[in-house]
Design a protein around this ligand. Structure first.
Ligand code: FAD
Length: 493
């Protein structure tokens, strides 16, 4: 072994030992202040918290202690100690990050929001006040009796961290990204200071940066969200559901997806297209289609929008009238946790040709062939989420967000891979094949990657219209760069 490599290894071992010591110091200081119920280093609640993340790669990390805050001041106490002790840390809400290290910390302090799950609706202001520990299923169920819903996730088990990465909902084409529907945020800054940020107060820059900036700008302890009138579960203003296509229809589905992105701008139309290849290299496609009707006597999807997808030979079609809660529960994917998972982002503007989609599929086929022999994958999937221009316009009407996408619309691509049970990390050759795929994938200049569906190494900020603003705002609120140096998260600031 070269002397240089040996020195590097020794330095890194010493650094990680010092960081572990710092975290242990922070843990005992926080425990002294908050007590042993809120700060745990062992026991059943600790074990459940330490291993509860959706992605096995994160569930296998072992924090020095877990802080279970009950209120904002607990988070302030924790952050003050973490900052003072120079400790590594992580923050977890719904635990659905696919990015390794983003919601748990090996040897660091984990702030876990599972006990902060209050939610209420204010009819006068039509806003929902919610704490970070809720899932979108819980929040939507709690709001259903009032006939309203938050603009949250498309899978019920996902949590509120979704909003900080932008957040795509079934309500997004009409109402913007989830983040666009934030009215007010309680934010604990890196040194433990609490601020309240809104679109037009003295923390307006922080407010904008948090709408798409992820975990890098502070810890949100309360979200006040604009509510959308979706009706109760007795109301069925949606037509839609899931269509599953066999392998022989996959190319036609890719073509139809391209045509949908290129032509559909109706904010009442929603689609999510999954093209999946299982471990045995058998392609299939699954499409979720919804339309928010104005006339509840309508029972079919408009053919002017969905006609091409509806005409492709399918293995199963399940289209019915639905309440918003039923729309949310159409796809229970994401409710199962415990497998290794990786994501990767791509983006095509509406101006891209159909060939760009077919090329993406060909590159993805090569990727799946390359990884098939490793036996490490249960399935790989290529997922298309159309973002119509109306979604971007709705966000601008609320003051804009950090993503600052151009008008005109685009489609967010996600390479979503699930590893074989018990495998937490892809083998190096599979990881190389994935990076090759992400590099080969065409990217429309000026259009943003979606943070919630990226590979942990992709510089998503750099793709934002507001990148310079993001860097400047980060330095304003964390001038010592503590967060980027002590917490794993999106790179690029
Ligand atoms: C099955 C599945 C379905 C998904 N569907 C959608 C979808 O429909 N739409 C969509 O937009 N995304 C979707 N995603 C992506 C998902 O939104 C992101 O992974 C999101 O970050 C998850 O939030 P969480 O609270 O569950 O996860 P966590 O892993 O707890 O948090 C995610 C990130 O946010 C940070 N964070 C969380 N809470 C706070 C806080 N209060 N303050 C500061 N930082 C915080 C964490 O540190 C972490 O970096 C899906 C993911 C999965 C696995």
């Amino acid at each position: 072994m070269k002397v240089y490599t040996l020195i590097q290894m020794l330095l890194s071992a010493t650094l990680s030992f010092a960081q572990d010591q710092n975290a242990t110091m922070a843990c005992s200081s926080i425990e002294n202040l908050l007590g042993p119920t809120k700060v745990q280093s062992s026991g059943l609640q600790f074990e459940a918290g330490a291993t509860g993340a959706w992605n096995l790669a994160n569930a296998q990390l072992r924090p020095a202690c877990i802080v279970f805050p009950l209120e904002t001041s607990d988070v302030q106490v924790a952050m003050k100690s973490i900052f003072k002790s120079n400790a590594r840390y992580a923050v977890q809400a719904g635990g659905h990050s696919a990015m390794e290290g983003w919601d748990n910390s090996q040897g660091g302090v984990l702030i876990l929001f599972s006990q902060m799950n209050n939610i209420s609706y204010n009819q006068e202001t039509n806003t929902i006040s919610m704490e970070p520990g809720l899932t979108w299923g819980e929040a939507t169920n709690a709001m259903e009796p009032f006939g309203v819903a938050p603009v949250g996730g498309r899978a019920s088990a996902v949590g509120t961290g979704l909003l900080l990465g932008g957040g795509i909902s079934f309500l997004s084409p009409a109402h913007g990204f989830g983040a666009d529907n934030i009215k007010c945020l309680d934010v604990v800054l890196v040194d433990g200071t609490l601020v309240v940020a809104t679109v037009d107060n003295e923390y307006a820059d922080l407010f904008r940066a948090l709408k798409g900036g992820g975990s890098r700008y502070g810890i949100v302890t309360k979200y006040e969200l604009y509510a959308v009138h979706t009706g109760t579960s007795a109301d069925k203003p949606w037509i839609g559901g899931t269509i599953v296509y066999p392998s022989s229809s996959v190319e036609a589905v890719i073509n139809a997806t391209a045509h949908y992105v290129q032509t559909v701008g109706d904010p009442r139309a929603v689609s999510l297209v999954n093209v999946i290849i299982s471990g045995e290299i058998t392609a299939m496609a699954q499409v979720e289609l919804f339309y928010n009707v104005t006339d509840t006597n309508t029972t079919t999807l408009p053919s002017s929008i969905f006609g091409e997808l509806l005409s492709i030979p399918a293995s199963s079609t399940n289209i019915t009238q639905l309440s918003y809660l039923e729309v949310l529960n159409t796809n229970p994917a994401g409710n199962n946790s415990g497998s290794g998972e990786t994501f990767g982002a791509g983006v095509f503007s509406t101006a891209e040709s159909t060939q760009v989609y077919l090329d993406a599929r060909a590159h993805w086929d090569n990727f799946t062939q390359a990884v098939a022999g490793t036996g490490a994958y249960f399935f790989t999937s290529l997922i298309f989420t159309p973002i119509p221009s109306s979604q971007v316009e709705a966000g601008r009407a609320r003051g804009g967000n950090a993503i600052h996408a151009p008008l005109g619309g685009y489609v967010a691509l996600n390479l979503g891979d699930q590893l074989t049970l018990g495998v937490a990390q892809p083998p190096p050759e599979a990881d190389e094949a994935k990076l090759l795929f992400l590099n080969q994938l065409h990217r429309s200049p000026g259009f943003p990657f979606f943070m919630n569906e990226c590979d942990k190494r992709q510089n998503v900020y750099e793709t934002y219209g507001d990148y310079e603003f993001m860097k400047k705002t980060y330095m304003k609120y964390d001038p010592t760069r503590f967060i980027v140096e002590h917490m794993s998260g999106p790179p690029g600031l």
